[in-house]
Design a protein around this ligand. Sequence first.
Ligand SMILES: Cc1cc2nc3c(=O)[nH]c(=O)nc-3n(C[C@H](O)[C@H](O)[C@H](O)COP(=O)(O)OP(=O)(O)OC[C@H]3O[C@@H](n4cnc5c(N)ncnc54)[C@H](O)[C@@H]3O)c2cc1C
Length: 391
Amino acid sequence: MNQPSPTTQQADVLIIGGGLAGLALGIELAPFCKVVIIERYSYPMHRVCGEYVSLESWPYLKELSVPLSDLGLPIINQLRMSSAGGATMNSKLPLGGFGISRYLLDDLLQQCFTALGGILHTNTTVTNIIQEVDNSFSVTTSEGNWQAKLVAGAWGKRSQMDKVVGRNYSESGYAKNFVGVKYHVTADLPKNGIELHTFDGGYAGISKVEGTTENTYCLCYLTKAENLQKHGGIAGMEEAVLFKNKRLAQYLTQFPKLWDKPETIAQITFKPKPLIENGIFTLGDAAGMITPLCGNGMSMALHGAAILAPVLYQILQSPQEKEALTNKYISNWKAAFSLRLSAGRILQNAVLNDSLNSGAFRLLQGLPFLKQPVIRLTHGKPYHSLMPKLG
Ligand SMILES: Cc1cc2nc3c(=O)[nH]c(=O)nc-3n(C[C@H](O)[C@H](O)[C@H](O)COP(=O)(O)OP(=O)(O)OC[C@H]3O[C@@H](n4cnc5c(N)ncnc54)[C@H](O)[C@@H]3O)c2cc1C
C-alpha cells in the first residue's frame, strides 16, 4: 500500500466533480461526515445545457435549501416542435419544468454545500486515483493528495477521469461523437414554452431562464460532430445545416446573442457506462447520459445523488456491508433510470433522422393521446432526500 505523505489530507467521502450530481451528493452527506468536492473550474460558470429542469426535481432542490420559490423562475408547461421539413407538433407537458441558468443553479448549490461545512476545492483537477488493499483511495489532484474512505465520480459527460478508470473514447464503436453548443439570447417568445427544432443530425431547444436581461432565453443545440467537421466550424455549420429549419434560421440570425462566443462541448457519448469503476461510485452523466432531447439529465444527476447518499452513509456506518449496499445502489439506480435512458436513445435516433422525424411529428400531432405517454417515458416522478432528518 502507498504510504500517505504527511501532506496527504484525509476525507470520509471525496467527490470528483462539482456539477449538479456532485454538489447535491455533497450537500446530502456534509452534515454527517467529512466530505470534499474537487472541482476543476470555479463558480459561477456557464455550461453547455438547455437549462430546462423537470419539475420532478423542485421538491428535492428545496430540501437541499436552494431557495427556488424566491427566484421568480419561469414555469414551463408547453412544448412546441418543428422539423426542417416543416412539420410541427405542439403539446402540453404532463409535469413540466422550470428555467434556471447553470450559472445560477450550480452557484447556489455550492453555497449550500459550503454553508454546511463541506470542503470545496475549485480550480483543482483530479488526475489519478488508486484503490488501496484496505479499500481506501489515494487521490492525486493538481493541488495535492487525498486519502478517502469512499470516492464518488461525478465528473460529468467528458473528463480525463474516463481515461483514468479505463474508459477509452477513441475505441471504435464507443465514441458516439456529438457536439453541444449553447447561447444566451434576448428573445420574444412565450415564457411558459420550450421549443425543440430539429435539423439534419441534430436538434435545438430554446426556453426562458433568469439572466442578464428580462428576456434572456437559453438556445442550445446538439449535433453530430460530422456536421461540424463537414462545414469547417460553427458559423458554417449553422448556415448550411441548422438554417434549413426556418425557425432556427430566424432565431439564430435575429435574436441578439448575449455572449461574444457560445459555450461548446465535444465528444459526447450516450452509450451505457459501468456504475462502479475501480471501486468508485459514479453518478450523473459519469454514470450514463440521457439524450438532451428529454430535458431530464439534470434531474437524473440530482436524483442519482439522492439514491447514492444513503448508500454511502450506510457504508461509512457498516463497512462490512459494502458489497450488499453497492448492489443496492446498482439496482436502485437501474430501477430509476434504465427505462428513461433507453427511451431517450430511441427517441433521439428518430429525431436525428430528418426524413423520419417529420413523419413522426405529423403522426403524433394527428394522434394527440400518444404524445403525453411518449413524453412521460423520458421523465420521472417527484422524489425526495432519503437521508436521516437531523434535529
Ligand atoms: C446540449 C445539451 C443540452 C442539455 N439540456 C438539458 C436540459 O435542458 N435539461 C436537463 O435536465 N439536462 C440537459 N442536459 C444534460 C445536463 O446538462 C447533464 O445531464 C447534467 O449537467 C449532468 O450533471 P453532472 O453533475 O453529472 O455533470 P456536470 O454538470 O457536467 O458536472 C461535472 C463536473 O465535473 C468536473 N470535472 C470533470 N473532470 C474533473 C476532474 N478530473 N477533476 C475535477 N473536476 C472535474 C467538471 O468541471 C464539472 O463541473 C443537456 C446536455 C447537453 C449536452
